[in-house]
Design a protein around this ligand. Sequence first.
Ligand SMILES: CC(C)(COP(=O)(O)OP(=O)(O)OC[C@H]1O[C@@H](n2cnc3c(N)ncnc32)[C@H](O)[C@@H]1OP(=O)(O)O)[C@@H](O)C(=O)NCCC(=O)NCCS
Length: 201
Amino acid sequence: MKKLINFTWRQLSKYVFPFIYKLNGNRVRLGKNVILFGFPIIKAETDSNIIIGNNVVLCSKSENTALGVSKPVILRAMKPEAVISIDERSGISGATICAMEHISIGKECLLGSDVMIFDNDFHSLNPAGRRFSQKDINVKPVVIENNVFIGARAIVMKGVKIGENSVIGAGSVVVSNIPSNVIAAGNPCKIIKSLGHYIEK
Ligand SMILES: CC(C)(COP(=O)(O)OP(=O)(O)OC[C@H]1O[C@@H](n2cnc3c(N)ncnc32)[C@H](O)[C@@H]1OP(=O)(O)O)[C@@H](O)C(=O)NCCC(=O)NCCS
């Protein structure tokens, strides 16, 4: 039965979902063999783009990932010109990714259960009229390079770049750049180890 359900999701991913997302004004581009377990929430404002590369897996169902997910994958390109790009063979479980400008995820990245990534503060820091204003919101692009592994429930904030191969500990809050080939963890997220011994010279 489980096999049958997984088979069905794969077929839906291949043949049905691309049509559904095309209805989103072609602002959502799905690569080949994208696998969707469960229904992600994908919203792209006019003139924004969400680009999902070949063989990406988006898991929105607890049955299909060891830790489970507390909600579906959410991808929101929140403003005209905003871009979210997820490069090929990356795997994402229940993450929320919200861009007002640009969030890019490299190839073969792993985003653990319920990770959050945003490139903006959603609201102005200026108290005057903050409740209803869409002005003065701080926005800085986020770059996650190839083969980065982000542990469950970590939060990656605006302006952060995480270098190739690096690992971010579960529950970390990443507020500044993390170089390539390190393990970093905590709040605020800091380097705790090098991955040097794994990297071929
Ligand atoms: C970050 C991580 C990879 C480190 O593992 P490790 O190399 O075995 O590290 P250690 O357990 O030896 O810990 C090294 C130090 O980092 C600290 N640390 C480890 N993970 C941490 C975390 N998530 N947050 C804060 N500190 C952390 C430890 O307390 C320890 O501190 P100390 O040296 O002061 O005692 C691991 O703890 C982790 O968070 N893995 C992610 C798992 C996950 O979420 N998978 C996703 C599944 S969907």
